[in-house]
Design a binder for this molecule. Sequence first.
Ligand SMILES: Cc1cc2nc3c(=O)[nH]c(=O)nc-3n(C[C@H](O)[C@H](O)[C@H](O)COP(=O)(O)OP(=O)(O)OC[C@H]3O[C@@H](n4cnc5c(N)ncnc54)[C@H](O)[C@@H]3O)c2cc1C
Length: 474
Amino acid sequence: MPGVVLWFRRDLRLADNRALERALLLADGGPVHAFFCASPALLATSPMRSGYLGAALGGLDRSLLGRLGLAHGDPASEVAAFANRAGAEVVVATREFTPLARRRDERAAALLGGAGIKLELGDSPYLLPPGKLARAAGGWHRVFTPFYRRLSEHGFDAPRPAPEADALEAALAEPVLRDARALGVLGLPELFDRHRFGATEEEALAQLAAFAERAGEYPSGRNLPAAESTSRLSPALRFGLLHPRQVAAALSGLPGGDEAIRQLVWRDFFAQTLASEPRSAWENLDPRFDRMAHDDPSASPVRERLETWKQGRTGFPLVDAGMRELANTGWMHNRARMVVASFLVKDLHIDWRVGARHFMENLLDGDLASNNHSWQWVAGSGTDAAPYFRVFNPVLQAKKFDPEGSYIRAHLPELAHLPTRFVHEPWEAKRLGMLEPDAYPEPIVDHAREREEALRRFGEISGKSEAGEAGQPA
Ligand SMILES: Cc1cc2nc3c(=O)[nH]c(=O)nc-3n(C[C@H](O)[C@H](O)[C@H](O)COP(=O)(O)OP(=O)(O)OC[C@H]3O[C@@H](n4cnc5c(N)ncnc54)[C@H](O)[C@@H]3O)c2cc1C
């Protein structure tokens, strides 16, 4: 009986996996060949994220009774070779929407088609497939709130359970390929904290259940990096250990649940933006920003400043705490992400793409749509962007969102002993002899001056002086 290949990509789970359901249905009692291809390009981009992928694949393989077919190389050619070897007539997969994924799937469809095998794509990693919610006036949504309203009115499917274990066991074929190089991915070092970031479907479900219990804290705590009130589900969502339908269903009706679901919808919003404007992955959505003057990050002193930003040694405690959280854990709290991104773009005058690339290399949840469009949101060049003239003051942000300095202390041990007001302004502690001069760097720039410079540059591209509109420092 000809079989079906189930090609896993960013849906590494059994529950609410519509591609898995479809494969079982199409196989109709025949064999289902589970398959994943480890792409060397992906593995090279981010060691920490690759370690997470290895753990996630290990979990999936165990759930599939050790019958996950594994290849290593170019995914389009490898899936075609695997399906041929398995004697399959159909390959089933969850549809993806990034420019790279679309090109991969077009090539896979052509290679498979040449061998008489069909590639069937369905569902999506989002609450609704990008493009589903066009505006009444036509075209895609450029503003979040109306998109959120439309999505809430439209609704989305309820999640469905994993297939029965017996049915799965009966259908799953022994793998026709387990490439030793791909098996190596399963044994990649886990550089991340498994306790904080569940890396299997089971762990992610437990993390979701624990978050649902404390969702009531989310509205008041979600902006406070030290409160640890957010779900930390972003890596699990990135790799599809959970589908957002499961997250929304678990939170629906709970105190704080609506606010968390609203944040989840940003993920859909950025995905529809990228799917509608693929060029916006690495280009300014607002073309005015193409004329923005940036400092050259390969030339001194900008090069050295960029390096201090990456290492968390800018002399601004909240910026440094965020960047060290990223370097040490592969994750950063959303408030800190906004502050460090604003600092790179508006205090150091470096193009958002430099920061977005660094994030993609280091984040466990690194996702082209959410990452690059969040960067554009901060830079002012993207969808529903923060106005360019709203420049975050890193000291005021720290006082407002980390009032006790707990987040800063957790990530900057050299400041941990200082009383709270000096944690936010360590230069004062130095002045009073409470901190050794070289225990922590001096601020690498004068924020007030760089803010004026950022507004001046924005004035050049917008054709008007925005400084007058600057209002209260954020
Ligand atoms: C400069 C910058 C870069 C970012 N890069 C990424 C990225 O590469 N991948 C990524 O998943 N998120 C990114 N975000 C969005 C956000 O910071 C993270 O999704 C969030 O911090 C993840 O933590 P959490 O799971 O505890 O979120 P929660 O607050 O618990 O939210 C639940 C889920 O909703 C989604 N979500 C929440 N906020 C956002 C948002 N603003 N945009 C998109 N989705 C959101 C995430 O999937 C998240 O897991 C970025 C934000 C900024 C400012």
